[in-house]
Write a protein that binds this ligand. Sequence first.
Ligand code: K7E
Ligand code: CUA
Length: 639
Amino acid sequence: MTEKKTPTEATSEVVVPERTNSRRRFLMGAGAVVGTSAVAWPMAGCQPAAEPAATPTPAAAPAHKAPSSHVAPGQMDDYYGFWSGGQSGEVRIMGVPSMRELKRIPVFNRESATGWGATDFSKKLLGGRMAGDTHHVHLSYKDGTYDGRYAYVNDKLTARLARIRLATMECDKIVEIPNSQGTHGIFPQRHKTGLVLCNSEFRTPQVNDGRDMKDPSKYAAMHTAVDGETMEVKWQVMVEGNLDLCATDYEGKYSFACCYNSEGGVTLEEMMAADLDHLYVFNLAEIEKAVAEGKTITVGNSKVPVVDARGADSVYVMRIPVPKSPHGVNIDPTGKYACCAGKLSPTVSVVQIDKIADAFAGKIKPRDCVVAEPEVGLGPLHTAFDNRGNAYTSIFIDSVMTKWNIADAIDQYGGGSANPIRAKVDVHYQVGHTNASMSETKEADGKWLVALCKFSKDRFLPVGMLHPENDQLIDISGDQLEVVHDGPTFSEPHDAVIVRRDIIETIQVQDRKDERFAMYEAWAKEDGVELQSTNKVIRKGGNKVRIYITSQAPKFGMNEFSVKAGDEVQIIMSNIDNVQDLTHGFAMCQHDVSMIVNAQDTQSITFTASSQPGVYWYYCNWFCHALHLEMRGRMFVEA
Ligand code: K7E
Ligand code: CUA
């Protein structure tokens, strides 16, 4: 006998229409888009704890037929989803539409399972940094669609860009962006694997060596180009405003960045003050010309050429005024329009990309590139697209997804009678990013949409103070939006791309083409050994010991070896099994040593042998065989 209601009973008492009406009341006529007083209350959306407990919108009534997203046991998904991992610093791979998590790829984080952050190669990439904040993951392109080779992901925490080789789904390069803090939006060029453009969200003194600390008017931000093949930083453009989200066109002419802090403020109030901020458009050909002609400076210790484009519009950068503190910028699959979500304005500003050349040439004003500004709801953040001319904007404060039609929005803006709003659906709750299947390519297919919701509130069993986020899957194949799946996630994927599965081709045993093999081969050559057949202890002089060891289920090639207390021990292990998914590991008791070694792979890890002489067992920590538990050996640490 308990007073407590079941979730169903509790939910049925919640009154929904009130909330919906108040949203409708807010929506204003077209044209009244700038400087709305309603922008004062968006901040409430950032304080969900303050919302009364009774307000959550209940879920749509559960469907009793199998949802369209059902992927039966043993069946495979149609799409790979690449999710950024937020504060976890990793990247996750999901199956779509099942929303089953398939893999986590450690990137900027220390991961015990694989030894990422502890192996010699990963330590070299990470340079001692063990935390990250991944927000945006995008794949390399060719001719406007994914070429299946690489994924790129930002680290906001330490201003880095990482690359994942999709054949292995492992990180193979990390580069630090100079003169930057808060590297946030990134986007690769779409006509080929060319540049990856990276925005610094936080303005800093340039040079940041103690000068100008208290004078924010001297701060600036960088729009940085990294070569997507070599991962070298090619050039930077310095601008006065902060740079948030990033996008590229389909032709390789322009990159775009939203600037929410045109005020140059350092406090919340200052940053929110202006009614208009900017969509920056970078003219890549002019910038590369300036770089080639040496019309550049360098900043601080960095040798990277910097084009100084602070101040007024120039041949390099154009600033299109848009309301207000804009956030996401997304290009539609036809490549014609850049859609810039207003965040503190209930609008999305649609820029017609083929007008930009005229604006750069001074024939029209930058603002004349805006051809539509539909009102989509309170707190629009990001926009995805189908292949039928529709856009889907995530609305943070309203907790809805809004489907709107681009052509009708243009008609309405031009004074026509069309209503661009097609449908809205409640999502749960406070949606951040959204993306649709193949939406960032010319092959957008209009099947699935994800709403990556920041809060789940009442949707899942409570698990302590932090609730999961909620990645909802929405069927967009029809006229309406149908939420078909709730997907709880741990901290905190921001963005995702959904990629047709035929585009991705992974290898099943290591092809030994990764960069890191050059490192192992160099050591083997130096020591006169063959990586895949050697089991040997080599003393390198001083207290350095190199140990080559092989693994083949269910045995290590060496049952025991001896080192001296305090030796610097490097284990170079090659898994010589040549069977799909036959993974071994190397774990050394009491030494913080644990790493994965996949079929035909080599990995290495370095540690200091205990100062305490004795027996230390090493063992295989990835299940490989009926005798997996017996796959172990002894390290003798001698005095
Ligand atoms: Cu909108 Cu970092 Cu892409 Cu979060 S950002 S939502
Ligand atoms: Cu080898 Cu478990």
